[in-house]
Write a protein that binds this ligand. Structure first.
Ligand code: MNH
Length: 147
């Protein structure tokens, strides 16, 4: 089975609860990698203990996961989805590529816990994110962003 489909097989529980799963992904990213929080000016001042119940974090987590769903459902034909994303993350948000590797491992763990993502699904998700990150990086290089 193609990696995109192998991940989509486990997407139901994520899709059913974008706000909560999205919050879990970002809260865990900010907790395990505190420097990533500094990249989000709009979340400045939110303490670790308040993250789980923070509506703005839930809303942004949902935005990220919905965009990831678009990428998964495009099954490789994602150039037009990735281009504006690379543009904003390079030129506006200034997010170095390594951060996408960090969030990949967080999404793997959260989907393992909340969606039952099994070993095959975890490998498939890492593969999909590897392609996503390589394509983001190619766009970053075109833009001259060294991240
Ligand atoms: Mn990210 C905004 C998708 C990973 C930091 N991100 C957005 C937006 C989408 C999005 C959609 C809103 C539209 C836009 O500005 O382009 N982001 C993703 C996806 C992944 C992702 C699909 C990976 C999966 N983003 C990351 C990572 C970081 C990050 C990793 C940093 C650690 N993103 C941002 C910041 C914004 C943003 C900062 C702007 C937030 C705001 O102020 O509204």
């Amino acid at each position: 089975m193609a990696d995109f489909d192998a991940v989509l097989k486990f997407w139901g529980p994520v899709e059913a609860d974008y706000d909560n799963i999205g919050n879990m992904v970002l809260t865990r990213l900010f907790t395990e990698h505190p420097d990533t929080l500094k990249l989000f000016p709009k979340f400045a001042g939110i303490s670790q203990g308040d993250m789980a119940g923070n509506a703005a974090i839930s809303a942004h987590g949902a935005t990220v996961l919905k965009k990831l769903a678009e990428v998964l459902k495009a099954k490789g034909n994602h150039a037009t989805i990735i281009k504006p994303l690379a543009n904003s993350h390079a030129t506006k948000h200034k997010i170095a590529i390594n951060n996408f590797k960090l969030i990949t491992e967080i999404i793997v763990k959260v989907m393992q816990e909340k969606a039952g993502l099994d070993a095959g699904g975890q490998t498939a998700l890492r593969n999909v994110m590897g392609v996503f990150i390589a394509d983001m990086d190619a766009n970053y290089k075109e833009l001259g962003f060294s991240g």
